[in-house]
Design a protein around this ligand. Sequence first.
Ligand SMILES: Nc1ncnc2c1ncn2[C@@H]1O[C@H](COP(=O)(O)OP(=O)(O)OP(=O)(O)O)[C@@H](O)[C@H]1O
Length: 557
Amino acid sequence: MESLNRLYKKYFWYFAFTLPMGILLGVISMHVLQIINSSLTSGVDTIEYSAQEFFIAIGVLLGLGVINELVKIRLVVNASRDIHSRLVDKVLGTSFERVEKVGLPKVNATLSKDVDTAIKFFQVLPQMVANISIIVCAIAYMAYLSLTALMYVFALIAFAGLSFTVIILLSRKYLQNIRECADTLMQHYEAIVKGKKELSLDSKRQSHVRTDIRSTLELLRKNNRGALTLFGMLEHWGQFILFAILGVILYYLGMTLGLEKTVVVGYILTLLFILEPIEQVTQASTDLMEAKVAFKKIESLELSDEEVEEESEIAALGSNLNLKLSNITYQYESQENADKGFQIGPVECEFKAGEATFIIGGNGSGKSTLFKLLAGLYSPTQGVMNYGDIAVDADNLPSYRECVSLIAADFWVFKRILVNDSPEDVQLLQQLVTLLRLDKAVEIIEGNWSKTSLSQGQRKRLALIQSYIEHKPIVLLDEWAADQDPVFKKVFYEEIVPSLKAQGKVVIIVSHDDNYYHTADRLMELRDGQLTLRAHAKPAEITQNNQFFKVLDNCKE
Ligand SMILES: Nc1ncnc2c1ncn2[C@@H]1O[C@H](COP(=O)(O)OP(=O)(O)OP(=O)(O)O)[C@@H](O)[C@H]1O
């Protein structure tokens, strides 16, 4: 809870403010009660003085209450912004490897649900402090009226407190289960949205999915019922206890202890007055319990706790250098029912600047895993990766990643185009849109693509444009051409790849287009995680009418 502790510390003064304010509100409230009490039990001659005092006191209460409320609102809105942005920083600062392991549905559930529940902590705590202060002042006032009567009241309150604690503890398991169900539901929701096509075509699968979701909803219902029953009981039990105390004072203690009328009326008024603060405290305890579960859930994801520097730009390691892998291996953690996870390597290989390497291999042979390793998204289990003379390690990994442009099989296109301000780059961007035949499909509006909901092949072209204008020296393309039409496949292998090579980039491509293997400098094969050389080739020189080469060359000048 390190990051959240930092937040508590940041807002310590807000919390600290609510304590004396709560006590002040409590003292003045008790004073108001005392005025009412004495007006009810004494003669009419003091009424005029009491009225003045009464209205001054409630005016002060209004003023202090408003100040307290404003401070509370400030705390809540500021803390809400900070928790949201802290969580975004945590996700951004966490390694790809960890986020992949946690999985999208869990991260989504945390970003959408836990964060709002966690904010409740900041909403209810100041209120709770104020209410507890009022209750403490009320107890002090009752002690002032009659200590003996208070002993009896305390015995009843202690019993009530004990029963409250038991109920709250019992609710904890239900709350944890409800939170687990929320994760499972998020997974189901992702499946029914992403798998909508398949579900529309298969009623059997649809009914399986429906059954699974219904069983999760049933589990959720049972746990919700358990938690809500306990919370409901808590509320009514609290009310009952309070009325029971009133009854005991009114019908038994008054007579048994021979209490004066002022004491009995004082006790009744005070207890009625603290009815609402007590209700709010019990409600707040359940909210705090939920917030605690949410905090625990956030922590259980083990996201990064490091502070992310605003606008931090990481310098790239260098360019036009060779990428060398020495004895590199990467092993996934073992999955359920498996002895050990899939392993890549040991890989011994050098990818030269200005050369294109094609990697082929069957499904599951490890191509995407190798790309994640080459991109620095996974850290090798053993071995060394050198970029030029520099060994890539934990310290310079972020700088290495700045050298890599990856279009993965499950790539993402951001609406915002990141392009240098230079006129050459802006012109290059426009030329690439035309060359990649996207000029009729998208526009560039204030630095954003007008839309990204295009065909898969077109979206890959958008991703390639972003890769071009980033000018990164290592380009990794995972089956980029697989979704392109035959004409554009040809353009890719005969113009785009040579233009990237001509810029001195390390180009590595996963390809299954055997018609174009001859355009590679090297053909390598992955089989069960083992990378072997299949063929060296001497691809054709760059042709004079290579439009991609021309626009990139212009940009260099
Ligand atoms: N996140 C993961 N955790 C554990 N094992 C994984 C993970 N991702 C992939 N694997 C395992 O690693 C092996 C290689 O997967 P990878 O995706 O690299 O293959 P691929 O060659 O890209 O396959 P394809 O051609 O089907 O895309 C598979 O057996 C897979 O089960």
